[in-house]
Unconditional design. Structure first.
Length: 180
């Protein structure tokens, strides 16, 4: 049991170290294993016990964030599957994880947001019961637009709050999905 706890602790230290290094402005491709293990205060063997390269660390962070996002969305949609509940769940999750997303935005936004986008498309199709090709295209278009706007938010390219993004996303999706 102690070995398991030590492995979890080591992996957390390496993931936290990667996030910290990225938050200092260092480009992902410039981060070395030496920099990472020094920041995490672990040895090289510990790193290689858990990962093959730094991208493996980033992918594990991404996978954990997506897993938590999906769980948050399921929770928010448990009672009623509505656009409002979908974006309440997204907003709640992003507020809880905002600092991590802002630090990770330069390296893995496409992967993280593609996961969010695919889940949103799935939920929107289910909520709006899309049947025509045009309705499906609208959902795809809107999901791409919304995901792009959230990326802009986390990369500090727009000056809106997460609540403002939520409200605008709900209004826009309702407007475009109710068009004939």
């Amino acid at each position: 049991m102690k070995q398991y706890k030590n492995a979890l602790r080591s992996k957390k230290m390496l993931k936290d170290a990667l996030i910290d290094l990225l938050s200092t402005g260092i480009k992902f491709e410039d981060i070395t294993i030496t920099m990472l293990i020094t920041k995490a205060d672990v040895n090289r063997g510990t790193f290689y016990n858990h990962y093959n390269n730094i991208m493996d660390v980033a992918n594990e962070i991404k996978d954990e964030l997506l897993k938590r996002l999906y769980a948050s969305l399921e929770e928010s949609l448990k009672t009623t599957r509505t656009i409002e509940n979908l974006f309440e769940g997204i907003t709640k999750f992003f507020k809880e994880n905002e600092s991590v997303y802002k630090k990770l935005a330069p390296i893995v936004p496409k992967q993280i947001y593609d996961g969010m986008k695919e889940q949103a498309i799935h939920e929107l199709k289910s909520i709006k019961r899309c049947t025509t090709k045009e309705e499906l295209l609208r959902i795809q278009f809107l999901a791409n637009s919304v995901a792009g706007t959230y990326i802009d938010y986390f990369e500090n390219r727009i000056s809106f709050t997460l609540d403002e993004l939520k409200d605008f996303s709900i209004k826009t999706i309702k407007l475009f999905t109710e068009m004939k």
